[in-house]
Ligand binder design. Sequence first.
Ligand SMILES: *Cc1c(COP(=O)(O)O)cnc(C)c1O
Length: 391
Amino acid sequence: MNHPIPYGRQHIADEDIAAVADVLRGPFLTQGPHIGAFETAFASYIGSQYAVAIANGTAALHLCCMALGVTTETRVITTPITFSASANCVRYCGGEIYFADIDPKTALLDINAVRAVLEQHPKGYFSGIIPVDFAGYPVDMAAFRDLADDYGLWLLEDACHAPGGSFMDQHGVIHRCGDGSLADLAIFSFHPVKHIAAGEGGMITTNDEALYKHLLRLRTHGITNKPAEWTEPYVGEPERGGWYMELQELGYNYRLTDMQAALGTSQLQRVDAMFARRQEIAKRYDEAFSNTNVSIIIPPISVSHAYHLYVIQADDRKGLYDFLRTKNIIAQVHYIPVHLMPYYRQFGWKPGDFPNAERYYARCLSLPMFPTLTTDEQDYVIASVKEFVGA
Ligand SMILES: *Cc1c(COP(=O)(O)O)cnc(C)c1O
């Protein structure tokens, strides 16, 4: 192909552009009416009671850790196969990150490995778990909820890869990623490479009203102007008028703009079609690679995979990556294990700590996966991979 095929790409339609232009002509650029509209539409899509729009997914993770009370005394477990923000959020609050290995059958955080880490420490040592719906494969959050309840832990779901993904629990109940039924909080990202593009952007979903209200305040500096939340007048304060507001705690400016919310809301109108297209592309890849020497992960029928990424595993991954580059196919590697990052090695994590994650990293490659990938382009990608591996 004479044009590059990236591993992911946003789709901006004329109606998206019109929606943003409309906001620019109106009176509100930051936090206007589109924020609430986006939150309502997103909560209804995901199936949660509440949604809080945030500047980006990383800021959403940070605020979740603050709302969950992470401090320098807090220890949290996450997966090494994720974007480092899933771990960094705990560090922003001074807490300590522990990792547990992945299950090679799903590439997700292995609940048995997490249980083993919990059992190695006294009860009360850990405060929470951050499972990640890596690549769009929904974590069995029902099993994690049971484990978390046994140990008195909170669950923060990093669902950046999985808006629209779902799984069926053992009672036949379907849970959408981040629907508030199992994890205490869930976060999403609207970075252009994710399912819904807003330039930058994030969302927190929850069914917990207290956490929801706290997050609204943390998003805007920790300031409130709601009379019900006012403290006693301080000595010497002459009067309270319409100007009055209070800084009640140290928050941040993590607001989303109205332009971004309008773009996100407009994209949300097409989300079902885009989701269906991702699954169609995945099915064609699954069929193409099923009898070859590249490995793929096919979820059971109880799982509806959101396919942010389509990952294959190959022995000569570097060779394959370089070969695809010569074919103008820009594959990518997700992820270099977080515990091997120089920043985390200072805490004592080292190669060999999580063999499944390290083996996965050595072999994984994300192929082009985005709704506007054409069938011709996908055929070309499949043929190129097969040419290299000799299938
Ligand atoms: C993209 C991503 C984030 C961060 O989201 P931003 O909006 O880019 O800050 C966090 N976790 C995972 C798993 C992601 O893929």
